[in-house]
Design a protein around this ligand. Structure first.
Ligand code: SAM
Length: 283
């Protein structure tokens, strides 16, 4: 698909380039904020997990860091701290500390904690998803485990479907509010705790036979559509602006191509194999 036709078919892709976002995902976070006001209440320490190429970090920088930096009451020791983590390298973003690492590695968490001087984060955003195996029972089990784990630590959990997330995709975002870990919770025991709640090995402790997850104990997670619902529809095609309408359309380059995309090596290998083929055809 050419860039012009993608601009036409994906309005959020086009808008992202016009507004300087590295990825159309920026709109998803902005639309989640429209519904949940996640940046309100004096958010000072933020972690962006699975951040590359960085459009969510851009949102954090533009919404939290830059207004604080440009404020007439600016205090350098009180600027928001934003730490972004990804396996892939990212081009710099003003006000964002970047950590290249695996979010599942405890050492990565230690790096973040160090940046926050041991204080807790006010907001954690994450655009990663558990890998799917294709074995549907297994995938559903892992997803249920994730939901149970979330309900254990937050009193309010909602699934949000931003308008910029295509209806044709099952993607949704879990918005977890009011962090309230179980009494006596020790983060070092996290693995054992999740094991008890979400795996068959913990089933005995839960006593499923006595009607657990039935009646008032049944867990329902609300599902909410968010973003301006009369706004752009990510599943629709929009005509490109024409000169007749007083606008001239020009397809823009992506704001920031990935620094080290996983497909880079494949392209290099393809190029190299073409070179060899051309050589052997010449000889
Ligand atoms: N929110 C990003 C944005 O707006 O630009 C897009 C994130 S992209 C959908 C998912 C990212 O998750 C990829 O860049 C990938 O490298 C990262 N990722 C996947 N598994 C990871 C892990 N275990 N640790 C760190 N990053 C991971």
């Amino acid at each position: 698909m050419g860039r012009a036709s993608r601009d036409k078919r994906d309005i959020y892709y086009r808008k992202a380039k016009e507004e300087g976002w590295r990825a159309r995902s920026a709109f998803k976070l902005l639309q989640i904020d429209e519904e949940f006001n996640i940046f309100e209440g004096g958010v000072k320490r933020v972690v962006d997990l699975c951040a590359a190429p960085g459009s969510w970090s851009q949102v954090l920088s533009r919404t939290l860091y830059l207004p604080a930096k440009l404020s007439p009451d600016r205090r350098d020791d009180d600027l928001p701290l934003i730490v972004s983590i990804d396996l892939q390298p990212m081009a710099p973003i003003e006000g964002v500390i970047q950590v290249q690492g695996d979010i599942t590695n405890a050492r990565t968490a230690e790096v973040v904690i160090k940046h926050f001087d041991g204080c807790k984060a006010d907001l954690v955003v994450c655009d990663g998803a558990p890998d799917v195996t294709g074995l549907h029972d297994m995938d559903e089990f892992v997803q249920s485990q994730l939901i149970l784990a979330l309900k254990l630590f937050f009193s309010v959990v909602t699934f949000a479907k931003p308008k910029s997330s295509r209806n044709s995709s099952i993607e949704a975002f879990a918005v977890c509010e009011n962090y309230s870990p179980p009494e006596g919770f020790n983060p070092k025991d996290l693995h054992h705790l999740l094991e008890k709640v979400g795996t068959p090995s913990g089933a005995d402790d839960l006593d499923c036979s006595s009607g657990w997850l039935e009646g008032p104990n049944k867990v329902y997670i609300p599902f909410l559509a968010c973003g301006d619902l009369s706004g752009y529809d990510s599943d629709r095609s929009y005509p490109l602006p024409t000169v007749a309408e007083g606008c001239s359309y020009q397809s823009l380059d992506p704001v920031q191509p990935p620094i080290a995309p996983p497909y880079k090596r494949a392209l290099e290998m393809k190029k190299a194999s073409h070179g060899i083929r051309e050589l052997s055809l010449d000889s």
